[in-house]
Design a protein around this ligand. Structure first.
Ligand code: CUA
Length: 335
């Protein structure tokens, strides 16, 4: 368990005045308590820079106040000749800051190298950002909308984006990396404490940027493999409609299509199956199995009137059996 010793004092003070965080996701003046192996190093550099800044802020303000009072203009005491040069003083204010920035650079550079160099045996998870949802693909092909990881295991995430730049950010792990369309970026972390942690998008990516958050679930030893096995066999263990309901929430449908009648970026799924839908230019279609399938693999083909053709295709991203399960789920929302 990583204790963030360097910020311990400040956290203690903040706890006492009610600004501290009680748990990993509680609001706090500071970042949440670290829960990864990188957290301590990041916090150490932060505390160093913060401490230096605070020290010089107080020193400069104190000297400023003393000088303002002591050397203020008074009657009978005009400013005489002032020194234009003082070699020892100038050397002091050059050498001390130089030494400080070298220390800051060295600490920061070491930390940066640690953050960009995943251990060779890291477990790889593919991360995809799209407006406005994260999806995580595990080595066995299973896709989930929450990031599940085993504790005490180095995890490498390979990030990309469907559309615009997003940013993968887990404050408790002190890890942040942009997800960029058309290329892959990488980050890694090793969680030290089982639990659930916030995962945010930290790059403004449009209307629902602030909704683009999910959870990292850190499993205790041995639990991750069990979870992954169970989750990956969704279609084998659940009825098609139940599996479809899971896919609806885990694969991004829920982001735009409600199931309670509320309009979203796309039409609601409530009462959709088997009914007429009005398309652009007054055309009509019946929302049967084939219409729903076509709308999933070729969303631009029959856009419902009043909505923008913004849905990405799920061709190749959902297996046929998964599409069938989603259609079965939509049938249960008929009323
Ligand atoms: Cu995605 Cu902000």
């Amino acid at each position: 368990m990583t204790r963030v010793r360097t910020l311990g004092f400040l956290n203690g003070v903040l706890d006492r005045i009610g600004l501290g965080a009680a748990g990993p996701n509680d609001p706090s003046f500071w970042l949440p308590r670290g829960a990864s192996t990188s957290a301590e190093g990041v916090d150490r550099v932060f505390a160093l820079i913060y401490g230096i800044s605070l020290f010089f802020f107080l020193l400069i303000v104190a000297i400023l106040v003393v000088f303002v009072i002591r050397y203020r203009r008074r009657v009978g005491r005009e400013a005489g000749d002032t020194p234009s040069h003082n070699t020892p003083l100038e050397l002091t204010w050059t050498i001390i800051p130089l030494a400080l920035v070298i220390v800051i650079f060295w600490q920061g550079f070491k930390g940066f190298l640690d953050l960009v160099t995943p251990p060779a045996n890291a477990y790889e998870i593919l991360v995809n950002g799209q407006k406005w949802k994260w999806t995580f693909t595990y080595p066995n092909g299973y896709v989930d909308d929450r990031l599940h990881v085993p504790v005490d295991t180095p995890i490498r995430v390979v990030l990309t984006s469907e559309d615009v730049i997003h940013s993968f950010y887990v404050p408790a792990f002190r890890v942040k990396k942009d997800a960029v369309p058309g290329r892959y970026t990488k980050a890694w972390f090793q969680a030290t404490t089982p639990g659930e942690y916030d995962l945010f998008c930290a790059e403004y990516c449009g209307t629902s940027h602030s909704d683009m958050h999910t959870t990292v679930v850190v499993h205790p030893p041995g639990e991750f493999e069990k979870w992954l096995d169970g989750a990956a066999n969704l279609l084998a263990t659940l009825s098609p409609a139940e599996a479809g309901a899971k896919l609806y929430s885990s694969r991004g449908c829920a982001q735009c299509h409600s199931v309670d009648g509320r309009p979203g970026t796309g039409p609601t799924f409530k009462g959709l199956f088997g009914h007429d839908v009005v398309l652009e230019a007054g055309k009509r279609a019946i929302a049967d199995e084939n219409y729903l399938r076509e709308s999933i693999v070729d969303p631009g083909a029959k856009v419902v009137a009043g909505f923008q053709p913004v849905m990405p295709t799920y061709q190749g991203r959902l297996k046929d059996r998964e599409i069938t399960a989603i259609v079965e789920y939509l049938k249960t929302l008929e009323k």
